[in-house]
Design a protein around this ligand. Structure first.
Ligand SMILES: *[C@@H]1O[C@H](CO)[C@@H](O)[C@H](O)[C@H]1NC(C)=O
Ligand SMILES: *[C@@H]1O[C@H](CO)[C@@H](O)[C@H](O)[C@H]1NC(C)=O
Length: 256
């Protein structure tokens, strides 16, 4: 009899970003990886890279984070990682939609796009994950059936100029995570929310500037995806007598 393999499911991964770094960190802890993302080619390249580093990883591309596409991707995940050989024990919802525009320039389509990727996707993802977690046994070390974390940002708690589409969605995500944390704590399901309050040094964030921005070389003013991943692993391993719902992370010199 072989042991049951733990699986981490991540929604929202890009090369060099928070989702990818978290996947690599959990792989080092012995997890198999189910990675959900838009952009099938980039996702497959990332999965190939993880596999060549010795991880068991599978790409699950989605056309969008709408509830129907989340529901259908979970059918594929259960086929690839069937119970009882595998058990989904950790999940990260990291899919986000960055949109910054003055309020009167926003369209209803902009508003809905942020809501779909950030809130509807997280709602559908959480239902799939929590149904699975409820069937898990309680881990002897951590006292939990499963660990579900959401990536938030500055806009999760502070609206600002140009955040009138993104902030309502990110606040909604935070509210969802708090509601689930309270409802499922008594099931020994650990739900957490991380506020990433600063710029993350990733190929994607760098590509949004013309010249290499000053924060690329300055460790004091930006976050590394690998360091965020370390915090996520720490939360996943917290024992049941001291669970964090919300964690905030920012670089040393962040002006907040
Ligand atoms: C993952 O979360 C970070 C922090 O909110 C965000 O910047 C990034 O765009 C997200 N990744 C994806 C693929 O949505
Ligand atoms: C709010 O937006 C202004 C630009 O309009 C920016 O300078 C400031 O840093 C932002 N504040 C936060 C908390 O993001």
């Amino acid at each position: 009899m072989s042991a049951i393999k733990p699986v981490l499911v991540v929604a929202g991964v890009r090369a060099g970003g928070t989702g990818a770094a978290t996947a690599a960190a959990f792989a080092r802890k012995g997890y198999s990886l189910a990675l959900i993302s838009r952009g099938a080619e980039d996702l497959q390249a990332l999965v190939d890279e993880l596999k060549s580093a010795g991880s068991d990883a599978t790409a699950f591309p989605v056309p969008s984070y709408s509830a129907p596409s989340i529901s259908s991707v979970f059918q594929s995940i259960h086929t690839r990682y069937p119970s009882p050989h595998y058990a989904i024990r950790a999940a990260l919802y990291n899919a986000s939609h960055s949109i910054r525009k003055p309020f009167l320039d926003l369209t209803l389509a902009d508003f809905h796009a942020a809501q779909e990727t950030i809130v509807e996707g997280a709602f559908a993802f959480s239902q799939e994950i929590i149904r699975v977690f409820k069937e898990n046994d309680i881990d002897a070390d951590t006292g939990k059936r499963g660990f579900l974390i959401f990536t938030g940002s500055t806009t999760s708690i502070r609206g600002n100029r140009t955040t009138s589409a993104a902030a309502p969605a990110k606040w909604g995500l935070r509210a969802l995570s708090q509601s689930l944390s309270k409802e499922f704590g008594e099931w020994n399901i650990h739900v957490a929310h991380a506020i990433i309050d600063g710029i993350i040094n990733t190929p994607f964030s760098r590509s949004r500037f013309n010249d290499p921005p000053n924060w690329v070389e300055n460790e004091d003013v930006r976050l590394n995806a690998e360091d965020i991943a370390k915090a996520y692993v720490y939360l996943a391993e917290q024992p049941r007598s001291a669970w964090t719902w919300e964690l905030d992370l920012r670089p040393a010199h962040e002006k907040w």
